[in-house]
Design a protein around this ligand. Structure first.
Ligand code: FES
Length: 118
């Protein structure tokens, strides 16, 4: 899967919130940080907790199961530099939000081009 896929309506995820969605078989945590969208792998690497059901404070999402924290802009764990969630490009168009999951299920570089479906 390497195309833009709809993930949510803009009103589904107001500023300061994070939601969980399934896109192309992947669990994705979509976050709205003061109007800027970010999408990361939604499965916490600790024990698989749902990051998209966590609490967002600034750009930091806290896993609801045991409190691991990740920056949604970089995917980086708050304490361990070796732990990093995959990040996915996000676009907003026409009141909808789109995410692009890489062909191998991993992230796609933002410079890969393309756009959301018309
Ligand atoms: S599963 Fe996320 S902190 Fe444990």
């Amino acid at each position: 899967m390497s195309e833009w896929s709809p993930i949510a309506a803009v009103h589904d995820c107001p500023p300061g919130s994070v939601v969980e969605r399934i896109v192309g078989g992947r669990v994705v945590a979509l976050a709205n940080v003061d109007g800027v969208w970010h999408a990361i792998d939604g499965l916490c690497p600790h024990q698989g907790g749902p990051l998209g059901r966590g609490r967002l404070c600034g750009s930091v999402v806290t896993c609801p199961w045991h409190g691991w924290q990740f920056d949604v802009a970089s995917g980086r764990h708050g304490l361990s530099p070796t732990v990093r969630q995959e990040c996915f490009p996000v676009r907003e168009e026409g009141g909808r939000v789109f995410v692009r999951i890489g062909a191998d299920g991993g992230p796609t570089p933002p410079s890969a081009g393309g756009g959301p479906p018309a």
